[in-house]
Design a protein around this ligand. Sequence first.
Ligand SMILES: [Cu+2]
Length: 287
Amino acid sequence: MNSLALINEFLGQPPNASAHGYQIDHILEFCHWFMGALFVGWSTFFIFVLIRFRKRRQPAADHVGVRSPISTHLEFSVVMIEAVLLLGFAIPLWAKRVNQFPPGKEALVVHVVAQQFSFNYHLAGPDGQFGRRDALLVTNSNPLGLDPNDPAGKDDIVTTGELHVPVNRPVIAELSSKDVIHDYFVPAMRIAGDAIPGSLIPIWFTPLKTGTYEVICAQLCGLGHYGMKGTLVVDTPQDYQAWLKERAELSGGAQGAAPSPAPGGPQQPQPQQSKQPAPAASPSPGG
Ligand SMILES: [Cu+2]
């Protein structure tokens, strides 16, 4: 990155870590410099006017005012630059973000389900299929209401707060919410999207650098909004596999309070008794 980018850093933007982020940074850089120039220009003009037209020097008001066309030309130039920024850069980049999703097979698809005040993640597991979810099955131990009787959900991984993704592979995050409107914002990935109850909103990014990044909620969603933070960890492919394995062992088919079978043993789709929609079924602490 060149030194011009320093203005973004100066304004507190974390370093970019995603493939498309550089394009966003270039637009932001230009906007910041442009706004800086406008700020200095207008401020200088304002101070000039205060001195030049002070009451002592200008005791009577001039009823004609400005005769020079310069201010019109200046205003027109500013509008032109803003139009070029919007039509030439911002809208095409936005169109690319919403129209050119990577193919689902190439990308890692993760369901992000926001709630007051955390982000839950649902991964399909080795079979690549997401298990059925039902709001009626939601309990403290089954935050997403995963159906324990759906074979597609047996190997699914559900985590809260921290998500791991492999580096250099596109990630498609499908956003939804259990309660109010949240916004899934990963500043270092230059990506954000609203999580709205009843909708599924996909966003995507390709992480380029391994590391740990902050996830925040960018919609005022209630009293605990300030604490609605999470972590995105970008791993090497090996570390990512290790994390998947660890998560799979931890959940071990326990989603929806299904009794976990012996590790590695074949799982029979037997009818579960824990199907009744709690609250009664969840004497879990710390609710
Ligand atoms: Cu929120």
